[in-house]
Ligand binder design. Structure first.
Ligand code: 5GP
Length: 211
């Protein structure tokens, strides 16, 4: 079997906001043959966000229409505000391209993906401490004290879901954490199950198992 015909691996990355998750996802998709799954959301774009780059922005009506049409691999209402979902086509796109897929989704979405695709590989990003997360949020200078408290409480809630993930990366040092998340991808691709056909071929060139 050639590389391109191998089963697409699905990596799920979750973690609280401010944990450095997006930066680490960027590191993960630097690994060759990785495709980032572009989610659909009903939240409005931020000034820096171009549609179709990290998200596609749709109306709530359109989102509900896609739910009814079974268009999502998973979806969730995140923080009780806006809908976010992974279009099924993202998985088809990765399979057609012979690439692995990276989903940056919340813990509710991760649970749905694990149910449908039990072999999906979950990676949870953890901030090093509450103090450090608070420091990072204050440094961004975007939020009021009340908003920072709410974010810290949300972070606590999200972190209680970490046990459903196969891997955890504590983001105490961005460079190190970047190497660790890439190592997960490299190791997953080296599993015996995934490489069996190739090794069997090599073994056959030696005369096979029975001689
Ligand atoms: P933000 O609005 O800050 O970009 O993302 C808010 C949260 O929504 C993050 O925790 C992010 O991981 C999550 N999220 C983004 N896309 C999806 C998706 O397609 N499905 C689910 N379930 N969560 C998502």
């Amino acid at each position: 079997m050639s590389e391109a015909q191998r089963e697409t691996l699905v990596f799920i990355v979750s973690g609280p906001s401010g944990s450095g998750k997006s930066t680490l996802v960027k590191k993960l998709i630097e690994v060759p043959d990785m495709l980032f799954s572009i989610s659909c959301t009903t939240r409005p774009p931020r000034p820096s966000e171009k549609p179709g780059e990290w998200y596609n922005f749709v109306s709530e009506e359109e989102f509900r229409r896609r739910i009814d049409a079974g268009g999502f691999l998973e979806y969730a209402c995140v923080f009780g505000h806006h809908f976010y979902g992974t279009p099924r086509e993202e998985l088809d796109r990765a399979r057609a391209a012979g690439k692995d897929l990276v989903l940056e989704i919340d813990v509710q979405g991760a649970a749905q993906v694990k149910q449908k695709l039990p072999k999906a590989i979950g990676i949870f990003i953890v901030p090093p401490s509450r103090e450090e997360l608070e420091r990072r949020l204050r440094e961004r200078g975007q939020d009021s004290d009340g908003e920072i408290e709410r974010r810290l409480e949300r972070a606590r809630q999200e972190m209680t879901g970490y046990r459903q993930y196969e891997y955890t990366v504590v983001n105490d040092n961005l460079e190190e954490a970047g190497r660790r998340i890439q190592a997960v991808a490299v190791a997953a691709r080296l599993s015996t199950a995934r490489n069996q056909a190739r090794v069997e071929e090599i073994l056959a060139s030696f005369g096979g198992t029975d001689r």
